[in-house]
Structure formats: structure tokens, C-alpha cells
Design a protein around this ligand. Structure first.
Ligand code: WQD
Length: 345
């Protein structure tokens, strides 16, 4: 049975991708150092799919440990590399942690892909590489300009894309796909897995859910004086289950030899921009739960508006986002209720 390695597979997007890969018939090996996740995610994945992925609690920066895993396992045909530190604000305060962790882990995984002659390497990238699109340049296309990064985190994504591109140009034996996510949100419909941020959530929907649950007093809407219809920032919020299915298509494309190019890149979003207030109001409609909020000053570094042109993913990758926003938000709330039921928060 073809095996796929998921680095960071206990994380938010990694765990949902594990479920979809198993559903598609792949055997999955999860590698995760649990720095931003917990091992019970493996149990919960097994509850959903009935199949427990192999799990190695190791750090992708530890090349010797990685070599042991690849030597022990057989039939590994592909990798999806999620493992990275991903807090924008923290990356500004601790740049060396981000460059060391995110770049070293990538280089190690590329070494493994070469040494074990894998067929495909999928890289978890981000719309953050586009920076603030120029006026009239939304929705952004894969060919839209890459702007200078506004954080070390974003820079590690750009550098990683460049490293992979150069390796492909140098004639690596395997092929690659870069997946640029917009804003992943939601949870699995079973509420067995979802997003579990450490400490005070930085991202919008986890904060909305915790406010709805009464864990947070009220949501601060960071600015309503932007050049947008309701004055709040616009993003392309993509359901995490839809996002996970896109990874299955990317792996299929590489493992089944469907891609002629050595490397390709795809935007993964809905193609629709949604404002902060639209998301908050849709959440209240979807759940019937009130979310107290106040308008607060703008958050430094925020982009005013960005959403993706996803025609290429639709036509070439054969993938399209399907989950309606209301359903995504209802899933996120169900996950928050499950966390309360389990006494997690
Ligand atoms: C969305 C909007 C905030 C919290 C981040 C990363 C990006 C990618 C996706 C990894 C903004 C507003 C938020 C709050 C608010 N991650 N907001 N009150 O900043 O678009 O992107 O996640 O690849 O790299 O930067 O997501 O959810 O933090 O913010 O008003 O309490 O919600 O101002 O307009 P962001 P976000």
C-alpha cells in the first residue's frame, strides 16, 4: 500500500489531511514533534477513519531520527510537509527560531525525498507570499507578484518555495507541488478534530468561537476604517476539509504521474472574499449564538484585502471548495462545544 509521510500531521491542517488521505486509500505516516499539537489527535483520527496512522514523535530538524523512520518504513511514495512554526507575531520576536526550524526541517525532508527516491513532495505554503495585493489585483493568481515578506514567518515560506524550485531546476528525481493556502478555518464534522490554538488565539475564528463560549469577554474587530464595503478586512476563508481534499488531489497528481512539470503551484481558496464582520454575523446566524464584539484599532501588519483566483486549482488540480461558509462555521462551533464537553477549555 502506498505510504505518504505527513510532517506536522498532528496539526490543524495535517490531521484533516491525514483523514482524507486515509479515506482515499493511502497508508499515512505522521511525523510530529508535538510542539504545537498533541498525540491524542492520532487517536481521534483513528476514531474517524477506523485506521490508526503510524506516528513518530520526532522533530524534522533531527536528520538522524528522520533517517531511522525512512529506513524502517517501506513503500513511502510521497511527503506532505506541514511541519513549521507559523505564528506571524512570534516570528517577528524570534526570527532565528523561525529560520532555523522552518528551513532546517524543509532541507531535511528534501534530503529524505531525494535519498528514498520519492515520487512527490507537496509543500504547505501560504497566500502570505503575495503580501498586500496592489489595488485591483484581487483576486490574486499564482502568477501575481510575490511581494517582500512582512514577517520572518512569511519569509520562510518564500525561501522554502525558492529552495524547492531551485532543487527541481537542478533535476531532482521527484516532482513537487506548492499549495498556497488562504485562510483555513473550521473543523471535521464529527468534532473529533479541529483547530486548537495555544493560549490566546491570534486567528479570527478561534477567537470568535472562544468568545461565543464565554472564554473571552468580547471580540476585538481590528479596524473598520478600511477601504472595503463594511470597513473591515477581507480574506478568503477556506474550509479545512476542502483544503485537506486538495492535498489528496496533489498527492494523486504526483504519485500517479499526472504532472509533467517538475514543479507546479496552486492557490487554495474559495475565490470569494469575506469581511471580518460578515464572518462574525454569519457565525451568529449559523449557530444562533451571540458574539459580543467591539471595534478596536487596526492590528499592525494586517493586509486590507486578499482573496484568491482558484481557476487553476479547479481546472488543473481538479479540485473545488464545496463546503458553504455557514456549514464551516457550524462545524467550528461544534468543535468548540466538544472541547468544553471534554473539559479542554
Ligand atoms: C483575519 C482577519 C484580522 C483576530 C494568518 C496568517 C497567514 C495564514 C492565515 C498561515 C484580519 C481580523 C483577527 C481578531 C480580528 N496562516 N481579526 N480580531 O492574519 O489573515 O492570516 O492566518 O499561513 O499567514 O497571517 O488571519 O485570522 O489572524 O485575521 O479582527 O481577534 O481577522 O485583523 O483582518 P490572517 P487572522
Amino acid at each position: 500500500m502506498s505510504k505518504i509521510v505527513l510532517t506536522g500531521g498532528c496539526g490543524f491542517i495535517g490531521s484533516h489531511t491525514c483523514v482524507q488521505l486515509q479515506n482515499a486509500g493511502y497508508d499515512v505516516i505522521v511525523i510530529d514533534n508535538l510542539s504545537n499539537s498533541s498525540a491524542d489527535v492520532i487517536d481521534n483520527i483513528a476514531k474517524i477513519t477506523g485506521k490508526r496512522p503510524a506516528f513518530y514523535n520526532i522533530d524534522c530538524c533531527d536528520l538522524a531520527a528522520l533517517k531511522e523512520v525512512f529506513a524502517k518504513e517501506s513503500d513511502i511514495v510521497g511527503v506532505v510537509h506541514f511541519a513549521a512554526s507559523k505564528a506571524v507575531g512570534e516570528s517577528v520576536l524570534k526570527p532565528m527560531l523561525y529560520y532555523r526550524n522552518n528551513i532546517t526541517s524543509l532541507l531535511n525532508m528534501l534530503d529524505m525525498a531525494e535519498q528514498y527516491s520519492l515520487k512527490g513532495f507537496v509543500f504547505s505554503s501560504s497566500c502570505t507570499v503575495y503580501g498586500e495585493p496592489d489595488e485591483g489585483n484581487n483576486p490574486v493568481r499564482e502568477t501575481s507578484p510575490i511581494k517582500p515578506a512582512t514577517s520572518p514567518y512569511g519569509n520562510t515560506k518564500q525561501i522554502a518555495e525558492e529552495i524547492i524550485t531551485d532543487l527541481m531546476k537542478a533535476g531532482a528525481k521527484f516532482k513537487s507541488i506548492l499549495l498556497r493556502y488562504f485562510n483555513p478555518i473550521g473543523a471535521h464534522p464529527t468534532a473529533f478534530i479541529g483547530e486548537l490554538p495555544n493560549g490566546v488565539p491570534q486567528n479570527l475564528l478561534p477567537y470568535v468561537c472562544q468568545t461565543a463560549m464565554g472564554i473571552r469577554k468580547e471580540l476585538s474587530v481590528f479596524g473598520d476604517d478600511y477601504e472595503t464595503p463594511d470597513g473591515t478586512c477581507i480574506r478568503d476563508y477556506i474550509d479545512v476539509n476542502d483544503l485537506a481534499k486538495a492535498h489528496v488531489r496533489a498527492i494523486d497528481r504526483l504519485v500517479k504521474g499526472e504532472q509533467s512539470e517538475n514543479i507546479d503551484v496552486f492557490n487554495l481558496g474559495t475565490g470569494r472574499g469575506v469581511s471580518v464582520l460578515e464572518l462574525v454575523n454569519t457565525f451568529m446566524e449559523a449557530t444562533g449564538v451571540k458574539v459580543p464584539y467591539k471595534i478596536a484599532p487596526r492590528r499592525g501588519g494586517d493586509i486590507e484585502k486578499i482573496w484568491g483566483n482558484v481557476d487553476k486549482a479547479n481546472t488543473v488540480l481538479g479540485w473545488k471548495a464545496e463546503v458553504p461558509l455557514k456549514e464551516t462555521l457550524a462545524n467550528a462551533w461544534r468543535w468548540q462545544l466538544a472541547l468544553r464537553e471534554k473539559g479542554v477549555m
